[in-house]
Design a protein around this ligand. Structure first.
Ligand SMILES: NC(=O)c1ccc[n+]([C@@H]2O[C@H](COP(=O)([O-])OP(=O)(O)OC[C@H]3O[C@@H](n4cnc5c(N)ncnc54)[C@H](OP(=O)(O)O)[C@@H]3O)[C@@H](O)[C@H]2O)c1
Length: 210
């Protein structure tokens, strides 16, 4: 496949590039700053995910697109703008778009609340990011043209080991036997490329956890 990744220099984007390259896919990495460090073997394009015309031009000709963009702290609202621009670009080019979002709109099984409203998961300093990812998910649900998929990571996502194993879920937050909701960024990347290779969640949201 020809896969294009927006936010390719970031935690999730770079690991998705490495995973896709390791499986023999062709990867285009989109960065705003061409000096950003990127995995060996990617093609590099400079572009802003918030620009719909640039998004459509860059996505054109690929088999799938991934958004691993995170807006800078204090500018969380740009997350929704970038998502809207990428959805427009995906709709114009007819290419499938997988958006790596947040856990905010997942339902916490033991409280029935959304993660966003459960103080066990969202500390005050994370509220703006969580609200932006909730708005980002809503923007996808409203989308009528693009072929989108929204991935909600579990509560905790950080660099770690690639085990190749993960559990799949839909709208409920996944926790392990100890009540921990987590996955490594490496295994999230495995789940992303699996979904690109074998689409199971078109125009819907899914989640994963260790
Ligand atoms: N538990 C959770 O729910 C959880 C935890 C972590 C992350 N996430 C989500 O996972 C996704 C990826 O996050 P991450 O941790 O990998 O982020 P990250 O490491 O901060 O990387 C984000 C990348 O996006 C790029 N970017 C930002 N705005 C852009 C734009 N307009 N156009 C092009 N590139 C842009 C940044 O590049 P520059 O260097 O140019 O700024 C950066 O390289 C985000 O949606 C984030 O909210 C969710």
């Amino acid at each position: 496949m020809r896969i294009i990744i927006f936010g390719a220099a970031g935690m999730v984007g770079s690991r998705t590039a490495v995973e896709a390259l390791a499986r023999g896919h062709e990867v285009t990495a989109v960065v705003r700053d061409p000096n950003r460090e990127l995995p060996q073997g990617v093609g590099i394009e400079v572009g802003d995910a918030g620009d719909p015309a640039a998004a459509a031009r860059l996505i054109e000709g690929h088999d799938a697109a991934v958004s691993a963009v995170r807006a800078p702290v204090g500018q969380e609202a740009l997350q929704v703008d970038a998502t809207a621009a990428l959805l427009k670009g995906a709709a114009v080019s007819g290419v499938r778009l997988l958006i790596v979002g947040g856990a905010a709109t997942l339902r916490v099984p033991d409280s029935g609340k959304a993660v966003l409203d459960d103080p066990r998961y969202i500390a005050e300093e994370w509220r703006a990011v969580a609200e932006a990812s909730a708005a980002q998910h809503r923007r996808c649900i409203e989308e009528r043209e693009a072929d989108w998929t929204y991935l909600s990571p579990p509560a905790m996502l950080a660099p770690g080991a690639r085990t190749g194993a993960y559990r799949l879920g839909r709208d409920d937050l996944l926790t392990d036997a100890a009540g921990i909701s987590r996955i490594s960024a490496e295994d999230l990347a495995v789940a992303i490329v699996d979904e690109l290779e074998h689409p199971k969640h078109r125009r819907t949201r899914f989640t994963v956890a260790a």
